[in-house]
Design a protein around this ligand. Structure first.
Ligand SMILES: N=c1c2ncn([C@@H]3O[C@H](COP(=O)(O)OP(=O)(O)OP(=O)(O)O)[C@@H](O)[C@H]3O)c2ncn1[C@@H]1O[C@H](COP(=O)(O)O)[C@@H](O)[C@H]1O
Length: 95
């Protein structure tokens, strides 16, 4: 997890959280009437879609749904005032 794309994506998410632009999907998750349940529901849906893609052996779809999950996970971390350091620390502890 040293790929810069994750840090760049997390930075954009933090920026959207701060600025809340109207046309931003990310911002809409932070202001959603369902609160954090909106992102939790998305994580549930995307996980199901990932499982279906895996069962179909659809490699392109596995990557697509996996990316959706990573994005929504980063939004969740930001909502909880956590960041990639927390995720990296958890992964490192398992080595
Ligand atoms: N990485 C993502 C990202 N991944 C997924 N999504 C959105 O998450 C939603 C997923 O919901 P759905 O499953 O209903 O979408 P779908 O495409 O119909 O479903 P699938 O069949 O694809 O799973 C879609 O609206 C996607 O656009 C994302 N929206 C934004 N980003 C990143 O966030 C940045 C800022 O985006 P904005 O906040 O929109 O400016 C972008 O530049 C991207 O880098």
């Amino acid at each position: 997890m040293t790929d810069a794309i994750l840090d760049e994506l997390f930075e954009v998410i933090e920026q959207r959280k701060a600025d809340l632009p109207e046309d931003s999907y990310t911002a809409s998750l932070f202001t959603h009437e369902k609160g954090e349940n909106a992102v939790l529901e998305k994580l549930g849906e995307e996980s199901t879609e990932l499982i279906l893609a895996a069962k179909d052996d659809d490699r392109e779809e596995i990557a697509h749904e996996g990316a959706d999950i990573v994005y929504h996970l980063l939004v969740l971390l930001s909502m909880k005032d956590m960041d990639l350091k927390d995720l990296r620390a958890a992964l490192r502890e398992r080595r």
